[in-house]
Structure formats: C-alpha cells, structure tokens
Design a protein. Structure first.
Length: 383
C-alpha cells in the first residue's frame, strides 16, 4: 500500500479486492516513481498519470504464461524432486493441465475457487492411471514425484515463506492472514490429490485397499536395473534443464529483460548450494542448514544488486528461494492427514514451517550484512 497524506490530515479508506499476483516489471516502475515523487522530481498529478499508464501496461501474454507450467513442472521434477525421465515427461504433460485450468480460472471467475482442487484431482487421477498402465513394466514410475511436480505451480511455498517473514517483522495481521491462506491452499491441494487417488483406485482396482507401488525415486524393481527409464538423472543434466526453468520463473514473475540475468544468478546459486549441501549425509538429515545458507547467499546477492543498481531486490530473491520453498511438504502433510497417516502428516507440517523459518532467518542475516538501499532511509514510505 502506498499513500500520500492530505494537508488537513483527513483519513479515507478504500478497499479494492484483487487477486494475488507477481509483476516485477511494474514493481520496479512504481518504486522509481515513488522515489521521484518523494524527492520532488515529479508532481502528484503527473505521478497519477504515470501510475495509470503503468497499470495498463501488458505482460508476456497468455501463451507464455501457459508454457511456464509444463516447463517448470518438467524442470522441478528433475532438479527439485529428483525424478527420473519418465516422471519428468509425464509431469510436463500434467503441467499443461494445471496451466489450462489457470487460464480457465482467469476467464471464468466462478471456476477460480475450484481451480486448485480440480487440478489436483485430475493430475492425481491421471497419475494413478499411468501407474496402473505401467505396473509390472520396467519404467520405474513414481506417483508422488510425478504428481507433486505436475502441481508444483499450485504449492503455497512462497506465500508461506512470505507470511513467516511478515510475522517475524511484527506485521501480525497480514502475516497471519497469508499464513492461514497458504495452509488452507496446501490442504485444498492435498485433498484434491487424495480424492483423485482414491477415485482412481475405485475405478481401476474396484477397491480402495489395493496398494499401489508408489515408487520412490531411489527404488528400482527387481530385474529392471538395466532399464534406461530406471536410471537416475545425472546431476550434469541439471545445467541444461536449469536455463529454461529459470526463464519460466522470470516470465511467471513478469520480470523485465534486464532483470533476467540477476534472477538467473540468484536462482542458480540457490539450486547449486542446496544440491551440493544435500549430498552431505549429515546436512541432508537437517535441511534447515542448507536452506539457511542458500537463503543467506541469495539475499546477499539480491541486496548487493539492488544497492548498486537501484533496482528492487524482490525479483532475484523470489527467483532464488522458489527452489527451496516448503510448499511440497505442506501438500504432503495434508495428504498424510487425508490418508489417515497423521504422524507423517504432522511431521511434514512442522518441517514445512521450520524450513520456512530457516529461509526467513537467512534473508534477515543477508539484510544485516548488505542493506538493499543506500543513502537516507525513507521512514514514511514502504515499497
């Protein structure tokens, strides 16, 4: 919220309902406009005209927005969830379903309330169908990896992390609202996954008690060791998959082209640090330490960039932490509750909050080391 007081100090309240979104390009323009207005470089009437022009400015378009979903689902299946080739390919197809549902929600507002649930239900049902078709064959298909990768764009990881940051900075109202919204979204997606899985078992197996294989990324069935589909993706493939993944993140956040290089760097640092530190067994057992280190480096890079260029640090920070946000754990926790596995669900829920808090502490330490703005502090303006 940006406000400019009147001479008589009168107060007016205007509530404008809008959907949450990300637009780093407009954020940069509005930030520069606020600085110019505070320093008297532009009059209020001209600032209002410029603000209206910024608001009307378009983005990358619906086609680019739609393509972000399959690319990010495929990329996160490899780099984020450690999936195999079969998991990544099918997750990319499921990403098209989620992207199409997102576009339908924009056109039909009444469908927006069911978008997360319907997407999770369809993806979970189709994943069970694929698992049933490939059962007994050497494809090493993983239901959990493919489903979570296909639904990765629906995870509330960013909202959860931002809510913890707001609560830590004593912004209780906005932080609490955002936190419960993120937890409810995780429950909604988890409920859709559970409902779709149970429905698929009823249709395919005629009962809900038939156990599916639900292979983990490290499980290989007997006799399938030589199958190319069962081999883990080598870490060398992370590099070619990273660039389209990072480009999709930039497009999803509506970043300007000049912001892309620093967002690529921040995202690459976050992915590289977490990937390397998770290879150490002691650190892999305690994911809080890798997340703190990754968030610290991402925050230092983003704040240094903002300090010396005048750009906002939010873009590279979001691009960096999107690889380590705990959204998938929130969905797994709700999935555990709905499948009567309360112990695992509770563990995942607490681990989700702990990882979000570790990311927050890393970003706070980065701000202490490198403050994102130079010059006089503007106490009465927050962007």
């Amino acid at each position: 919220m940006i406000s400019f007081g009147e001479e008589d100090h009168g107060s007016h309240m205007h509530l404008v309902k809008t959907y949450q979104g990300w637009n780093m390009s407009k954020l940069l323009d509005v930030t520069n406009l606020c600085h110019r207005l505070v320093y008297g470089e532009v009059q209020i009437e001209d600032a209002l005209d410029e603000l209206a022009a910024i608001r009307k400015r378009g983005g990358y378009g619906k086609i680019a927005y739609f393509l972000c979903f399959p690319v990010m689902s495929l990329g996160f299946a490899i780099t984020g969830f450690g999936g195999r080739w079969i998991d990544a390919l099918i997750a990319g197809l499921f990403g098209c379903i989620v992207g199409g549902a997102g576009l339908a929600a924009e056109r039909f507002p009444s469908f927006a309330y069911l978008c997360d649930f319907i997407s999770a239900l369809l993806v979970s049902f189709l994943a069970r169908l694929v698992e049933w078709k490939l059962d007994g064959k050497c494809y090493c298909f993983s239901f959990i990896t493919t489903t979570l990768s296909g639904l990765v764009m629906l995870f509330p990881g960013l909202s959860l992390t931002i809510s913890i940051i707001e609560i830590s900075t004593r912004n209780m109202i906005s932080g609490t609202v955002r936190l419960f919204t993120a937890l409810f979204t995780a429950l909604l997606v988890g409920f859709g996954m559970s409902f779709g899985s149970i429905f698929a078992k009823m249709v395919l197996y005629k009962t809900t008690d038939v156990p599916a294989s639900m292979l983990t990324p490290t499980t290989i069935p007997a006799g399938c060791e030589s199958s190319g589909w069962c081999k883990s993706v080598h870490y060398g493939w992370y590099v070619p998959f990273f660039f389209p993944l990072a480009a999709s993140v930039c497009i999803f956040f509506e970043s300007r082209h000049r912001q892309w290089p620093i967002m690529f760097v921040a995202s690459g640092v976050g992915l590289a640090v977490c990937t390397y530190l998770y290879l150490i067994p002691d650190l892999a057992a305690t994911p809080q330490i890798p997340n703190v280190v990754a968030a610290l480096l991402i925050g230092i890079i983003s704040n240094a960039y903002a300090r010396y260029t005048g750009d906002v640090a939010v873009g590279p920070i979001l691009a960096g932490i999107i690889n380590i946000v705990p959204g998938s754990m929130g969905v797994r926790s709700s999935l555990g509750f709905f499948e009567n596995n309360v112990v695992n669900g509770t563990q995942f829920a607490f681990q989700m909050l702990t990882i979000g808090l570790s990311i927050t502490m890393g970003l706070f330490m980065a701000t202490l080391l490198v403050f994102p703005t130079s010059g006089p502090r503007l106490e009465h303006m927050t962007v």
